[in-house]
Design a protein around this ligand. Structure first.
Ligand SMILES: *Cc1c(COP(=O)(O)O)cnc(C)c1O
Ligand SMILES: [Zn+2]
Length: 455
């Protein structure tokens, strides 16, 4: 039982969380206003939580409070996100929380894989074990909850939510909007998302519009459509989502009894998630809950690597590319929206940006699968990057390393099938393991087993 009293819990006032300009312009904006960028300079906004009210609880009390809430049935604290509600959106009323118990995902020791790769203290944070199968649920529970509260306010213009997506954002938005009874409009690049990703919003009753363009093209259209305030934009340029996603880093530290790991590797596209990780760690630093930062590694697919290219030029220029076709379709993004936030995340954590080819990501995923995992291609990118950093000596043998697995492998059956049929372009699958078809005959079966096991 927690020893935190109710009066200690009620420390956070509602007007001490607001949007402010990420580039530093003056001004506060209500998180219930329909606003996505700074009216003065056009930069992204960030949700800022004034520190003083949060410091009224000491670090030890915060730890106790969060530990006591995890996985309980007291609404809405069973959710990994809403267990941290004072750090997310303190002014959200219980009846407006749109939650399907997201977060609290497992963090497991990848013992055999870590030993093979030369990093025995390797852990996987399985964010794909979530309602719609990716970490996008963490951000959407926050965004859709705020929209629900907003729509109950007098004079509010919002009638629907919309997003452009590489597949997982739309699945999460469609599910949370359907749960809340809010219409959702989804813009997808036609033919560029997996079957599972396409059918998720279709099943949830969203208005699914497949456009003859890529993600960056869909983004332009959705920005145009949401200029009218009646449709609320749910892409990660909307910084409400970052508030939910930042709980991943906090949850990892909590799962290690409030110890900070040495490295966290994360596959990146639009760069919202790495910005979110950084924001969560910064909050914990400011509240005295931790006193070191992990080093953050941004892992990109070589076919869509603008952030890697920017890193290589010392972040002197923001580079945009036309993203090529990659198996890691959720990170097929050429012009990342959260670029400036991510640069800060890398610079302030002494981080690294690295990339992986199609063959590298596919083999890394297959090797991990051989040790009991079932990796999506994006997790494959992160694992391939891990291999490179271990080989180059940047990640040392004794360092605790976390790989963020961003989606569930079952969303990417086409990728797995093509790998094991050795039908992926420009590579020979090293770990292909196709089924063997045999006659209905015990002798033939015995012969096959003897051949395979050498017995
Ligand atoms: C969205 C997504 C990413 C990339 O996150 P960003 O915030 O766009 O950098 C990585 N992996 C998966 C599975 C995703 O859905
Ligand atoms: Zn500004």
């Amino acid at each position: 039982m927690s020893t935190v009293t109710p009066s200690e819990q009620a420390t956070v006032e509602t007007d001490q969380t607001y949007f402010r300009c990420f580039a530093g312009c003056d001004g506060k904006h209500s998180i219930y206003d329909v606003i996505y960028t700074c009216p003065q300079c056009g930069s992204l906004l960030e949700v800022y939580h004034e520190r003083e009210p949060l410091r009224r609880l000491n670090p030890y009390k915060w730890q106790q409070l969060l530990d006591s809430r995890a996985s309980t049935t007291t609404w809405p604290y069973g959710s990994g996100v809403w267990a941290m509600r004072e750090w997310v959106v303190p002014s959200l009323r219980n009846e407006n929380v749109v939650s399907m118990c997201e977060g609290n995902t497992n963090l497991f020791w990848a013992e055999r894989l870590g030993r093979q790769l030369g990093v025995p203290d390797l852990w996987i944070k399985l964010c794909g074990n979530s309602h719609t199968g990716s970490f996008k649920d963490l951000g959407m529970t926050v965004l859709v909850s705020v929209v629900k509260q907003m729509m109950g306010m007098p004079g509010n213009p919002v009638k629907a939510v919309a997003c452009a997506s590489t597949g997982d954002t739309s699945a999460a938005l469609a599910a949370y909007a359907a749960y809340a009874g809010i219409p959702a409009i989804i813009f997808l690049p036609a033919g560029k998302v997996s079957t599972a990703q396409l059918i998720q919003p279709v099943s949830n009753g969203a208005h699914v519009l497949a456009l003859d363009t890529d993600f960056d093209g869909c983004m332009k259209v959705v920005k145009e459509v949401t200029k009218d305030q009646s449709i609320y934009l749910a892409n990660s340029m909307n910084s409400l989502r970052i508030e939910g996603q930042k709980t991943v880093g906090i949850e990892i530290v909590k799962q290690f009894d409030w110890e900070v790991p040495d490295w966290i590797i994360i596959p990146v596209g639009n760069l919202g998630n790495i910005s979110a990780l950084h924001k969560g760690f910064k909050l914990m630093m400011d509240l005295g809950i931790i006193n070191t930062m992990p080093r953050l590694v941004a892992a990109q697919a070589a076919k869509a690597d603008p952030f890697y290219q920017s890193y290589k030029n010392g972040f002197s220029d923001k580079i945009a590319v036309t993203a090529g076709e990659t198996l890691a379709n959720a990170i097929r993004i050429g012009d990342p929206v959260s670029y400036h936030k991510a640069v800060k995340a890398v610079q302030e954590t002494d981080g690294v940006v690295e990339q992986a080819t199609e063959a590298e990501l596919a083999e890394a995923a297959a090797e991990a699968d051989r040790t009991g995992m079932y990796c999506c291609p994006h997790t494959g990118v992160a694992l391939a990057v891990l291999k490179k950093l271990v080989k180059s000596g940047q990640i040392k043998k004794n360092q605790r390393t976390i790989v963020i697995s961003t989606a569930h492998g079952l969303k990417f059956t086409d990728f797995k099938v093509r790998y094991h049929e050795s039908k992926l372009d420009d590579m020979v699958s090293q770990h292909a393991n196709p089924p063997t078809y045999l006659p209905n005959d015990a002798d033939a079966v015995k012969e096959e087993i003897a051949k395979r096991l050498g017995i």
